[in-house]
Design a protein around this ligand. Structure first.
Ligand SMILES: Nc1nc2c(c(=O)[nH]1)N[C@H]1C(S)=C(S)[C@@H](COP(=O)(O)O)O[C@H]1N2
Ligand SMILES: [Mo]
Length: 328
């Protein structure tokens, strides 16, 4: 049963979207054994990856506004952003999500809204998206494993959605849960994480204008491996905060339990702000490997990691007075 969604605020004018010219090159560089610095990543050599069907252009995804929030840095080529992924529900290898997610059905989709809000219930995705203008935002994305990309997302501020449900004064955090579909997500058979995948934000982080709910990338609908039909992107935090294929959002009073923090609390904090000054227990966070179509070369494209992934000016105030070594 779905219910009607509280209305969106009046939309800004819609301009046509740009055409993205997809580069259908097959990546030859899949000897990822050495790259298993990963969050529990396996280290077997990856098999060749079939080039997935290009998702249809986002016909209904009209874009109202475009912003480059990555300082003009080169965008990661589409094939890299869609074939080098972390989505453990489809396997732990970087090419597994592209290979194993074809059975996943992102439509029809509904989203459950629960917890401390005046309006709660289960809502059809179309109703969630109706009247919601989409923006293209180019963001840096920094994985905790010390690789990074620059991705043009299509989405809208999470705040726009949360406000429609009128969180009450008891709402201090927002908890997110990924879909749990063993028949469509072969990786769930391995108890690598305590499924379903969960993430969370403090309410002020969730309401920050940089925090995006994403439905597309590169002018197209999200491919399954990138978190179709709806995923979170929090550009100043490590990539694992960007929970994919969201099925449930709950307003909570207590800090929610999150999948990676529960799995390895000493390695993955709740906050997970990108911070070159706090190393992961098993590797440095001072630099990162910028994946940009030149090969998944462990030593190439090394760049310096910026505090809050380069978004300090916009977000550092959220953590004033906090010890970021303790709240890592
Ligand atoms: N449900 C779910 N969400 C997830 C993950 C996952 O394994 N499961 N991996 C996270 C990690 S570690 C990263 S770096 C990003 C990767 O997003 P991308 O594949 O679109 O680049 O997704 C995050 N969201
Ligand atoms: Mo990650």
């Amino acid at each position: 049963m779905t219910r009607s969604v509280p209305p969106v605020s009046p939309s800004v004018s819609i301009t046509p979207q740009a055409v993205y010219h997809n580069r259908r090159t097959i990546l030859k560089l899949l000897g990822l054994g050495a790259a298993a610095l990963a969050t529990g990543c396996t280290s077997q050599a990856a098999p060749p990856v079939p080039v997935p069907e290009t998702p249809r252009r986002a016909g209904t995804l009209a874009v109202s506004r475009r912003t480059d929030d990555a300082g003009g840095e080169a965008q990661t080529p589409y094939p890299d952003a869609t074939q080098y992924n972390n989505f453990y529900e489809f396997g732990t290898g970087k090419s597994d999500p592209a290979t194993n997610s074809s059975r996943f059905k992102p439509r029809p989709w509904s989203l459950e809204i629960a917890g401390h809000a005046e309006k709660t219930g289960r809502f059809a995705l179309e109703d969630i998206l109706a009247g919601q203008p989409l923006e293209e935002r180019i963001y840096r994305m920094r994985c905790v494993e010390a690789w990074s990309m620059v991705i043009p997302w299509l989405g809208f501020p999470l705040a726009n959605l949360l406000k429609r449900f009128a969180p009450t004064s008891r709402a201090k955090y927002v908890a997110f849960t990924t879909a749990d579909r063993p028949a469509q997500m072969p990786g769930l058979a391995d108890r690598i994480l305590d499924w379903p995948y969960r993430e969370g934000l403090r309410l002020d982080e969730a309401m920050h204008p940089l925090t995006l709910l994403v439905v597309g990338m590169y002018g197209r609908e999200l491919p399954n491996q990138n978190g179709a039909p709806l995923r979170l992107v929090v550009p100043w935090k490590y990539g694992f905060k960007g929970i994919k294929s969201i099925a449930r959002i709950e307003f909570t009073e207590q800090q929610p339990r999150t999948a990676w923090n529960v799995a390895a609390p000493g390695e993955y904090g709740f906050y997970a702000n990108v911070n070159p000054a706090v190393d992961h227990p098993r590797w440095s966070q001072q630099t990162e490997r910028r994946i940009a179509g030149t090969g998944f070369n462990l030593f190439g494209n090394r760049i310096t990691t910026q505090p809050f992934n380069g978004y300090a000016e916009q977000v550092a105030h959220l953590y004033a007075g906090m010890d970021l070594r303790k709240y890592f």
